[in-house]
Design a protein around this ligand. Structure first.
Ligand code: CDP
Length: 236
């Protein structure tokens, strides 16, 4: 049975991309790549090395020289994958609130995007991949076999992120989470290069009132439709 080989999942923060993307990749036996982790890795290393986040040239130079690797989990502590920056495990560091509040600024820099987009494309070229992010269907792999755009209201997304923070044992306040999310949405959508938006040929799924299992079965249904469309095109 033919299958979409490159699957792009885009959407705003906490729309469910990482949960759905990870489960889908596991079921299909595909590689799972969360491109947000790469932007987060650059942000964390910049913060840690005391690079001024407002200094576009310095941040871009850092993105050029640092080596980011995203691998299968190397520790059994609930992680979806391991993130290495120049060999150092920064899987949990990139989830810290200070990374949340600076990552959109870093990812608006065209030079940073250029470096990371190139790395993402070379992974996509190998096929059998589920890639999640903000610009996968529009910029990174515009010829992806399947594009899904997951969305949900900002209030629902803030609620999910707030619960996620509490679950991890972090301190959290719903109103702060909501305003941080609105701010990040605004920066991601308004930036000049590769802004957050659905590709014209993406299938949109609103996850407001859907459980993870429900979203997964919607997406799997879409894959079956794409499968049979590919089949019809190959054997009309
Ligand atoms: O997990 P969450 O949805 O909160 O964020 P993420 O997917 O880890 O992405 C963090 C940030 O990286 C986003 O807010 C974007 O600013 C940026 N990003 C991007 O610009 N392009 C991508 N393909 C992925 C993430």
């Amino acid at each position: 049975m033919p299958r979409p080989s490159t699957i792009a999942i885009d959407g705003p923060a906490a729309a469910g991309k990482s949960t759905i993307g990870g489960l889908l990749a596991e079921r299909l036996g595909y590689l799972y790549l969360d491109t947000g982790a790469m932007y987060r890795a650059v942000t964390w290393v910049a913060l840690e090395r005391g690079v001024d986040i407002g200094d576009e040239q310095a941040v871009t130079a850092l993105a050029r020289i640092m080596r980011i690797a995203i691998t299968r989990p190397t520790v059994d502590d609930g992680r979806q994958y391991t993130v290495l920056a120049d060999g150092e495990d920064i899987t949990w560091e990139i989830r810290r609130p200070e990374v949340d509040s600076h990552v959109s600024r870093v990812s608006a820099y065209p030079g940073v995007r250029e470096v990371l987009t190139e790395q993402q494309r070379s992974i996509a070229r190998q096929g059998r991949v589920v890639m999640i992010g903000r610009d996968i269907g529009t910029v990174v792999i515009p010829d992806a076999d399947l594009k899904v755009y997951l969305d949900a209201s900002v209030e629902e997304r803030a609620r999910r992120r707030y619960l996620e923070l509490l679950e991890r044992g972090d301190e959290a306040d719903y109103d702060d989470t909501l305003s941080a999310m609105k701010r990040r949405d605004r920066i991601d959508s308004d930036r000049a290069v590769a802004p957050l938006k659905a590709a014209e040929d993406a299938i949109r799924v609103n996850t407001d009132n859907l459980s993870i299992d429900e979203v997964l079965s919607v997406v799997e249904g879409i894959i079956e439709d794409v499968d049979s469309r590919i089949e019809e095109q190959t054997h009309p």
